[in-house]
Design a binder for this molecule. Structure first.
Ligand code: FES
Length: 204
């Protein structure tokens, strides 16, 4: 017995389904849309830093014990990086001891801290963590170099690293990123006046 079933043309698009090509186009469109939104978000965050709680306002970073639990080396003088405000919080007594080669532990430096802005005062590159060789901040872009207190020692930067006023409120370090202070002028040498040519560096 023969059957004579008709299945219809096999190349036609079933109702309610989309072709592979259309699907790929839509996926590419979604991808481009997401990237555009991320770019727009990043641009707005950069252009309008005075949003509440972000760069431009008062930011509570945490207590000394919060920071030490998160980053134990802070008590030994390594600057604590706080990316949200693009700053390093320097534990000044421990940092000075580290640079002097007399590493010691200062888990709570009280008000002896310094909030240094990571934006290089030369052309604005982000300054990386302390160079382990020199114990200076060394900008990777054009080689400007700063001590652990942000005083300029070498390179094309016009001054030391800018900084923010810091207070202690309710046991927490609060940095006022809306009141940026211009970095110290070239020649300021309150600490660490080593000759740049006589110590090893991380940058040229
Ligand atoms: S941007 Fe840092 S040295 Fe030029």
């Amino acid at each position: 017995m023969s059957t004579n079933l008709s299945y219809g043309p096999v190349t036609e698009q079933p109702a309610g389904e989309i072709s592979r090509r259309t699907f790929m186009r839509r996926m590419i469109g979604v991808g481009v849309g997401v990237l555009s939104l991320e770019f727009l978000g990043g641009t707005l965050a950069f252009l309008y830093p005075n949003l509440s709680g972000g760069l431009g306002g008062e930011i509570a970073i945490g207590s000394a014990s919060d920071i030490t639990s998160l980053f134990p080396d802070w008590a030994k003088g390594q600057p604590f990086s706080y990316p949200k405000a693009r700053l390093f919080l320097v534990n000044v007594p421990a940092g000075k001891a580290l640079v002097d080669g007399k590493e010691t532990s200062v888990p709570d430096p009280k008000d002896q801290v310094l909030a240094l802005y990571r934006k290089c005062p030369h052309l604005g590159c982000q300054i990386p963590p302390l160079c382990e060789k020199s114990h200076w901040f060394e900008c990777l872009c054009h080689g400007s170099k700063y001590t652990i207190l942000g005083e300029k020692r070498a390179g094309p930067a016009p001054r030391g690293m800018d900084r923010f006023p810091t207070s202690i409120t309710g046991g927490q370090y609060v940095v006022n990123t809306g009141k940026k202070e211009t970095g110290p002028p070239i020649g300021t040498a309150t600490f660490d006046n080593r000759d740049a040519d006589k110590i090893p560096h991380c940058t040229g």
